[in-house]
Design a binder for this molecule. Structure first.
Ligand code: XMP
Length: 513
């Protein structure tokens, strides 16, 4: 297996993801947790040093354990990883006069197995740079294998020791052939085989859960979404009926959703499930609340209360399981720099583990959404369930700008059902990352039959995305939009106008609140 030493880059997990895609198993460990004893036990076949926000010049900035360079194994340093490797092996690094961010073209200046398949000497390759420092003297034994206009050491190699450094990020999609470069490193240089699969991930995840949980009991909050469902089924395979699921129906879910969840888990999987139907409590807590953050916090807080009551009734547990995915933790893994700005308070059961004295189990923490879906298939979850669009924890409340009422939630549920039905009929559901309707707190004048109407505007949203972090609006054809609008206005009382949202993310977010 391969070891990724993490220096806190926002994209470190993408390295793992690219490796998994080419069948390589790896683990990511923060630089300050990797010491000689750890390395001995882990026995990596190769090491990748990630990028990071620090500058090699700063006082006490992170270093790789020197032992990494003495084990006779291949090492690839990316960005900060390249710089610290150079600094540690006798080269030097200085602040660059020209900082390079974003797109750049490297020119290959020497043959190397790292660039096999890209093109030979003189070939120009598009890459993505993000760095303020640059290497200005390379350690003995190294030579440049690629340059850019501003970086004479955009990529360097010591072929005899199998040490490589790149100043760009091969792991991001903006380096179109970065995956090939990583694959060259693992398959050609480190002679790894690439026979790891999601089935193997499942077995490892089950083993890890058993090791962590021992003979303890686990409670898992089921939201009805793909993530928590996959986490629950995985846990059930690992520890059987020592798992209890708690499902809270907030009354803010989509049409028919609560019933589907209960049926799938109780009937199909036979997993112990406590279901709490709390529509009234949630709606009354939300009465008159129109600020988006207050709404999110109100729902989050009440959710925790309800969850706690039900978890206690179910007899409590030693562990709380959550379907946290990598993009959810991305902010908390960067150790340098101040806290990130809160765009939206995400809804989860944060705070609960301390209150109830439970430890956390998060078996999906390393995965991206599409990988969770693949794991779900591996676990035998029905395709229609695994392929469902994401749905936010605060539910329809954040799709009703302004104060939420039962009447509005019902109107939205009805319109949303028609919209999704038409998307399915048109065969577009799987091409879209997420589609939903938003009920606007705006009334406009219309005419139906011979009468004047004065009803709500409904906005339709549909986006494509890889991981929810960026998104593009979906280019429906006009006939489709017209058909949906007509059906909604005819069938849903309370809506007399339909508009389509053509904002991408950024600058918009996917949800409206
Ligand atoms: P935004 O609106 O921030 O959403 O572009 C990105 C993705 O996250 C979902 N989302 C949430 N999911 N709890 C969740 O579990 C939340 O509080 C929450 N808010 C947004 C959103 O639906 C989209 O898929």
């Amino acid at each position: 297996k391969l070891l990724v030493i993490d220096f806190g880059s926002q994209v470190t997990q993408l390295i793992a993801r690219r490796l998994r895609e080419s069948g390589i198993y790896c683990e990511i460990h923060p630089f300050n947790k990797v010491d000689d004893a750890f390395l001995q036990k882990f026995a990596p076949k190769a090491v990748i040093l990630s990028g990071g926000p620090a500058s090699v010049h700063g006082e006490g900035t992170p270093r790789a354990p020197q032992r990494v360079f003495e084990m006779g194994i291949p090492v690839l340093g990316i960005c900060y990883g390249e710089q610290t490797m150079c600094a540690q092996l006798g080269g030097s690094v200085e602040p660059a006069q020209e900082r390079e961010f974003g797109r750049a073209d490297i020119e290959i200046v020497a043959e190397s197995p790292l660039f096999e398949g890209l093109g030979g000497v003189g070939h120009s390759e598009r890459v993505w740079m993000s760095h303020g420092d640059r290497v200005n003297a390379i350690p003995q034994g190294f030579h440049p294998i690629a340059v850019t206009r501003h970086a004479p050491f955009a990529a360097i190699a010591d072929e005899s020791r199998r040490f490589y450094g790149v100043q760009f990020h091969p792991e991001v999609v903006n380096t179109p052939r970065g995956a090939l470069i990583l694959r060259n490193f693992t398959h050609r240089i480190a002679n790894m085989h690439g026979d790891w699969t999601m089935a193997a991930f499942k077995d490892e995840a089950i083993a890890k859960i058993r090791e962590q949980v021992g003979d303890g009991k686990v409670i898992c909050g089921l939201s009805g979404g793909v993530d928590s469902s996959v986490a629950a089924v995985l846990l059930h395979e690992a520890i059987g009926d020592r798992l209890t699921c708690v499902f809270v129906d907030t009354g803010l879910m989509r049409h028919g959703e609560a019933d589907q969840v209960v049926e799938l888990f109780r009937e199909h999987y036979n997993i112990p499930l406590v279901a709490a139907y709390e529509e009234e409590r949630f709606l009354s807590a939300l009465e008159g609340v129109s600020d988006p953050e207050t709404k999110r916090k109100t729902i989050g807080k009440l959710f925790i209360d309800v969850f706690e009551e039900n978890a206690r009734m179910a007899g409590g547990a030693d562990f709380l399981a959550q379907g946290t995915l990598y993009p959810d933790v991305i902010e908390s893994v960067s150790f340098a720099g101040g806290p990130s700005v809160t765009i939206k308070s995400h809804h989860n059961v944060g705070g609960l583990p301390e209150r109830m004295n439970m430890k956390l189990v998060e078996p999906l923490r390393e995965l991206f959404k599409d990988e969770v879906r693949e794991l779900g298939r591996e676990l035998g979850l029905p395709e229609a369930f695994v392929g469902r669009h994401p749905f936010p924890g605060p539910g329809l409340a954040i799709r009703i700008p302004g104060a939420v009422t039962k009447e509005k939630a019902d109107i939205l549920r009805h319109a949303d059902r028609i919209y999704i039905e038409e998307i399915r009929n048109a065969g577009l559901y799987d091409a879209i990352w997420q589609a939903f309707a938003v009920l606007l707190p705006v009334q406009t004048v219309g005419v139906m039959g011979d009468a004047r109407t004065y009803d709500h505007v409904l906005a339709l949203r549909a986006v494509t995305s890889v991981d929810g972090m960026t998104a593009d609006y979906f280019p429906f054809d006009h006939d489709f939009l017209g058909r949906v609008a007509t059906r909604i206005i005819n069938e849903v009382r309370g809506v007399n106008r339909v508009v389509y949202d053509v904002t991408s993310k950024p600058p918009g977010t996917i949800e409206w609140e």
